[in-house]
Design a protein around this ligand. Structure first.
Ligand code: HAM
Length: 425
């Protein structure tokens, strides 16, 4: 019988990756907490209508990528493709904005039925943050500076570049969209059916095409910046000036388009060229009308989400392994005798009670001592404690330092004192 495999594009996370996930998640949690963000845990399943009303009916996420099913109560349910919509739904449902503005963060799996490839999965994980109730460019900057700090902590800032764009208010955007549609219609004979549909539904999505045959047309297309009013121009200049002040390098990309329809004003992506073709590690921006659109009181908002797997790939590619060269502090070996193995467990628990910061592994194999020492080396062990039947009678334990190769025979009562000295505790 053929073994059952995981679903295409939906992967197990094995220890070599989860060690990165844990490391990144911990740093992210501490970082956003230090900026005053609080964690919100959101359901993975939501009513489909939530995403239809927020992400936009003409996006790929809605049209092609959602995992949707009808449950036994005949409700249409979707596995969340992103976190922002659920976060806003929860904010409205629990009246979180009633008295207080909010800085929230979340982490967890998202689902999009995209064509799987390296860095693009059908189940992936995001680390996200949403700031609710705050208006103005400084919050947009806070989101960017926070992510920039994260790249620096993770030592990958050399490989990630910031692209920003400013798409104005809904009114400005609509005016631009109309102009763009007219422009593309003039060149309609160059476009295939898929693009013709986009001209009608979402012409800005043509701007970030990878199709080289139509690139020359896009080069002449109108750009959003020419459609911004004075207020928007000041807002965008404010952001750029502040980024300069903070020494954060960026590129203004008037062709930057987000794949979700709720944005206005500032949009940004952190991209890398280090994993093959250009890939977004993080995307976000302002979405001042989403709360109102989902039935809440009008309130400004902005946020971002980072792809955990893509971030991990970037760190792995750039030799960040040194962070994870985790060694084992103590490896306890005993002779193959059940009563001695029990003594080994008792010893490990005794040390853990007094020195809880040490990592201790107990070997329970019925192998010879040589093989057990090989295992100790595989675990990059510093100290081996050896309990054998003869010495155990007099409560003597062999302590071997695998780094210095020194060996001592100690009474059980001397073990803690010696370990404290060795591990500087
Ligand atoms: P997004 O750009 O769709 O934005 O996704 C954010 C990040 O999730 C991407 O930059 C990428 O790293 C990762 N990602 C997206 N799709 C996949 C995939 N199929 N496989 C692996 N990684 C993926 C959002 O989701 C918005 N909710 C962000 C946001 C929050 N905007 C405002 N607040």
């Amino acid at each position: 019988m053929k073994n059952i495999q995981s679903i295409r594009g939906i992967h197990d996370s094995l220890p070599n990756d989860t060690i990165y996930f844990q490391y990144i998640e911990n740093i992210f949690k501490n970082l956003v907490s230090n900026y005053g963000y609080h964690e919100i845990r959101l359901p993975i399943l939501e009513y489909t209508v939530l995403f239809l009303q927020s992400i936009g009916k003409t996006t790929d996420v809605i049209n092609k990528e959602m995992y949707t099913f009808v449950d036994k109560n005949k409700n249409k349910i979707t596995l969340r493709p992103e976190g922002t919509a659920g976060c806003i739904r929860a904010t409205i449902q629990h009246k979180l904005l009633y008295k207080k503005k909010q800085r929230l963060f979340y982490m967890g799996p998202m689902f999009r039925r995209e064509r799987p490839q390296k860095g693009r999965y059908r189940q992936f994980h995001q680390l996200g943050a949403e700031v609710l109730g705050y208006e103005g460019p400084k919050i947009d900057i806070e989101l960017i500076v926070l992510t920039f700090r994260l790249w620096k902590i993770l030592k990958i800032n050399k490989y990630i570049f910031l692209e920003i764009n400013f798409i104005g208010s809904n009114k400005e955007y609509k005016k631009y969209e109309k102009e763009l549609t007219t422009f593309f219609q003039k060149h309609e004979n160059h476009f295939n059916e898929d693009y013709k549909k986009r001209i009608k539904n979402n012409p800005m999505r043509i701007l970030d095409t990878k199709n080289l045959d139509i690139k020359h047309i896009i080069d002449d297309a109108p750009i959003i910046t020419d459609f911004l009013n004075e207020k928007s121009r000041i807002y965008f200049t404010n952001i750029c000036n502040c980024l300069d002040l903070l020494n954060i390098p960026y590129t203004i990309n008037p062709y930057l388009v987000r794949g979700l329809d709720y944005y206005n004003y500032t949009i940004f992506e952190w991209v890398t060229y280090n994993l093959g073709s250009k890939l977004a590690i993080c995307g976000g921006g302002r979405y001042n009308h989403l709360i109102e659109k989902l039935g809440g009181k009008e309130n400004p908002a902005a946020g971002f989400a980072i792809g955990l797997e893509r971030l991990t790939l970037l760190m792995q590619k750039n030799n960040s392994n040194y962070i994870f060269c985790k060694s084992t502090d103590i490896y306890i070996i005993s002779s193959n005798d059940d009563s001695i193995k029990n003594k080994a467990i008792l010893l490990s628990e005794y040390i853990r009670n007094i020195l809880p910061s040490l990592q201790i592994i107990v070997n329970y194999d019925n192998k010879n001592l040589k093989k057990k020492f090989i295992q100790a080396n595989k675990h990059k062990t510093k100290i081996v404690l050896l309990l054998d039947k003869e010495k155990e009678k007099t409560q003597l334990i062999t302590l071997k330092n695998l780094i210095t190769n020194e060996q001592k025979i100690l009474h059980k009562n001397e073990i803690i004192k010696n370990l404290k000295f060795i591990f500087n505790l």
